[in-house]
Design a protein around this ligand. Sequence first.
Ligand code: BES
Ligand code: MG
Ligand code: ZN
Length: 503
Amino acid sequence: MTNYTISDKSVLSQKVDSYAFLVHEGALKEVEKEIEKSLYPHLSEFLKEKKFTGEKGQTCTVVCMVGKKVVHLFFVGLGKKSEKHKALESFRSACALVVRLCQSNKILSIAYALPAAKDLGISEEKMGEVFVSLSEMAHYKFDLYLTKKEDKTVILKEIIGVVDSADVKAVKAGVVEGEQIAQAVNRVRLWVDLPANVMSPHEFSKRTKQLGKEFGLEVTVFEEDEIAEMGMGGLKAVGMGSQHDSHLVIMKYTCKKKNAPTIALVGKGITFDSGGLNIKPTGYMETMKEDMSGAAAVINALTVIAQRKPDVNVVAVAALAENMVSGASNHPGDIITFYNGKTAVVGNTDAEGRLVLADALAYADKNFKPVAMIDVATLTGACSHAVGPFFSGMLTQDEHLAKKIEAAAYSSGDAVWRLPLIDEYKVMVKSDLADLCNDGKTKYYAGATNGACFLSNFVGETPWVHLDIAPSAFDVPDKPYFRPNSATGVATRLLVDFVMNWK
Ligand code: BES
Ligand code: MG
Ligand code: ZN
């Protein structure tokens, strides 16, 4: 891993291969003066020629000689200083761009001045956390199966963040948190990127147990016969067509405080979604290893929570199955009974996420009596059409939780956009043959809402939020800390932020 150093010595005095400068639009003059004095006399002409103004996301590379040494200077635009609400995300992108510029120029050590935390609207500690977590997220590449060394991701040796001497201590505390977060986010990305021939429900459970040992978390795995015995007809039905057994995995963080409340995090863990007998067409199935992204997020968020030790209990529940086509598959028209006794017609075997989540939510609700429940799921293509890749859909009827999740989304970078969930829409998932149907009537069109309406039948009276991460879990374009055709680890940062700010 890269070594992160926080220093109060000037940027240009640092012993590194290269320097970066994060500049606001129209604020080049100050930086230029300093560099022109000591390193590169014609900087302002050069930047002008290259039309570098400090616009958000703009970059410019200057190479100069200092004695016999080649030194790279990277300029990264932060956008307008007056646009305060965009400052935090601009900083996230800038941290990632610095890493990308180093990687493409084969630079292994770099120093740059970090912005003042108050300009980002956050604490110094949080600024340190963002600096490290985004630098680490930018390093992630799914290169496990690339056998040529030159195709592997380039890992920087050292990144030095320069801050005011008064802030060193606080920023350093943030560095540790950033490393924890990034490790979890990048592990989620790895689990999601691992193809379905590797990441089976069994493999997922095995890795969860290993994490349990590493981080001191209690892990329970219910296997297929136990799932059937407990009456989890949804989880059982979805996995029937697969060679792999379905699992329900429970991971628990128990805090020191007596009688503390419990938060339940529930994740959809379909290790491959072929659609089942309602098989997906070509063009829709290829990336469906991503369908366990929610489960990976809830489990890995707990590893960070275990290190931070908040005064609240947290349980993660992952519903794992593979949705396949075979003579044993569940059929369209099958009627199943869930853990809480409710029944549903399987109108469409490709709406399997809500079937496995129904049992997982009902189980979490009954056995842990949580004060809040959040489920995370790549549930509907419709959600992607509604909000696009930079958001996850948030559906809830609890205003208090909605505010908390929105705050966690903004502060963590896992953006959400609220979509409607009201009682009047719940008629969409009613059926004449059973209590519910899983495909829902399409008369109101709203597909993401339809999914949430189904799930609302399994949470009892517990305050609950559904996060539909189908848009944001995989192949998100134009962000320097993500990669094409690869997982994002979305919701992991949000869940940690949400739990750490619980009171
Ligand atoms: N796994 C898909 C949703 C999905 C789509 C995730 C694209 C990520 C990217 C889910 O199981 C599914 O197939 N949903 C159906 C529901 C429909 C049959 C009611 C959909 O969105 O079409
Ligand atoms: Mg099976
Ligand atoms: Zn599906």
